[in-house]
Design a protein around this ligand. Sequence first.
Ligand SMILES: Nc1ncnc2c1ncn2[C@@H]1O[C@H](COP(=O)(O)OP(=O)(O)OP(=O)(O)O)[C@@H](O)[C@H]1O
Ligand SMILES: [Mg+2]
Length: 302
Amino acid sequence: MEYSIELRDVNKSFGGRRAIMDASLRIPAGKITGFVGPEGSGKTTLMRIMCGLERPDSGAGQCCGIDIFAKPEQVRSLTGDMSQNISLVEQLTVKENLLFLAKSRSVPYAQKRVDELITELNVEHLCNTLALHLNSDCKLRVSLAASILHAPKVLILDEPTAGVTLAARQAFWQALERLSGAGMTILVSTHYSDEAERCHHLVRMVNGRLLSCGPAQTIVHSLALTTFAIRGPDLLSLKCQFSGIKEVEQTVIFSNTLYVTGKQCDGLLSAVRMLPVRYQIEHTSSAIAASVAGLATHKVSA
Ligand SMILES: Nc1ncnc2c1ncn2[C@@H]1O[C@H](COP(=O)(O)OP(=O)(O)OP(=O)(O)O)[C@@H](O)[C@H]1O
Ligand SMILES: [Mg+2]
């Protein structure tokens, strides 16, 4: 397998607090790698180090064959970053914004590149809309376009889909799959198990340490967790009820469904079995959903 990023014994502290500890890992080229783990576990910091956006205190590493420590600017020029909210000029249309950004970043053949991306990301219908009038779903698409104007080899997405609809999330992930299919290496942090499910590779982190890193399927098989999808009334109070069970690792409401993931145990199984008949229960086959929840050492809320 070809790797586009490699880190060896990387450490990073903020004000004496260790955010990344002895991280050594490789990221496969042209794949989507998901970073998962509880809040504050170091996902953002690690992704930023990989792209030359954050300077580590010690260690070694390369991104696309370039030394991350010695030439961070060069690494940055090969990467795209959607994490900072791309600032669009509200009184300009989407197309004008993209052109403006392309020119300000000296993208060669800016007009042609913008047209290309508009088609590739299916945003033709938004071209003439003022940025001011974009809702979060549309802004997500446009931000993606803006972050890849310079055709980066590596793209980092830090919880990109927070606050958008399910339909927009799905369309966004389809776009990511097309981009990775075309050779782009994508690093994405997420708290959504369905998104982790779509990654090819997973990096699990807890408290600044790598818990595991490898093909998503391999990671999933190493974790014996189970997920129930529950539909019915008053999912919020049901969520609280399940959160109270010790072995439950994650409860997430998504759309009209509550996902409860935990270790196979009598407590969880009997709680699920005791639910009144008005609840529709499905034991999901998605092992990845379970694995992502398993990363969390705390209970993630929806
Ligand atoms: N610029 C910074 N200044 C000070 N501390 C920081 C900075 N960036 C990160 N940290 C600290 O480093 C640790 C790791 O943070 P990081 O943001 O990388 O975690 P994360 O896994 O991305 O969390 P989340 O899921 O909340 O986004 C945390 O303790 C955080 O408070
Ligand atoms: Mg983060």
